[in-house]
Write a protein that binds this ligand. Sequence first.
Ligand code: F6P
Length: 333
Amino acid sequence: MKKIAVFTSGTDAPGMNACIRAAVRSANYYGLKTYGILRGYEGMINGDIIEMDDLSVSNIIQKGGTILKCSGSSAFKTKEGRLKAYENLKEHGIDGLIAIGGNGTFKGAEVFYNEFKVPCVGIPATIDNNLVGTDFTIGYDTAVNTALNAIDRLRDTADSHERVFFIEVMGRDTGFIAIWSAIAGGADLAILPERKKSIHEIAQIFKHNPKNTSPSHIIIVAEETDVNRAQVVADEVQKFLPELDTRVSTLGHIQRGGEPSAADRVLACQLGLGAVEGLLSGKKNDMVGIINENIHYTPFSICTTKKKPIKKEILKMIDILSGKHHSYSLNVN
Ligand code: F6P
């Protein structure tokens, strides 16, 4: 292996730049010529390929977003698109890839490897932390801290006005951001896809905690596709308990931006180096991750199909520590 290319794909995550830097510098350390592909698979198809060296990744470790940009690519889902991508890689003599992204990125990488046999190591970077094969994904820690910062501020105003705040956080179809930010933020409830409870049961919590004994509440709600889930929950609860003064706050894409935390930067450095060393040791269709502080390589086929569970102990913790003995999820249409 002499020439490799690095790209970021799917949605961005804080720490991607630190990861690009680590991958490029590790590759240079091992004597590989390094390229960057702009806009993920789309750039691979369009030939947006640039040379990278140690200097081109200086002063980016602290920056959110990705200097290589990222996007989805419908063209890469077609055989013709992938062939074009392969031809562009061949033209540059690129014989290894480092794909920084999430589930969709690795699905694409797997198909591409099976067709064209260009070795690829994936690096998990998504705020959702929804990938097996690693304890944490790059960006998750920063996103949780961003959410937490907002929750702390909302708690101030919730307390002053004796209101119930329903705060919606991201996570795609998983509740990792929700459960961690709920625990760290001392929330009363976390409503997650991983736990199903009816709206009736959720409303009971307020009935059992009369307004004069616990006037302000923080309820963290994990997002759901195509609905403002926090608003739905708030509306339903309000129907049951019209006397509650409720507000909804949807944190949205703010969770994807900002300077990466120290934990995300260090993880990005470890995985960037681990990806290069993986490629050099013959890994070709795998994601690099860290489990119990050790580097692990897991086939894309596993990372893209297995669902990462939230540990039962973590779910239980919020029930105990909220003092309300309730942590519910939704099962309403
Ligand atoms: O995967 C990261 C993520 O931020 C999810 O938490 C969220 O559901 C999704 O991306 C939003 O995607 P988009 O930026 O395309 O709106």
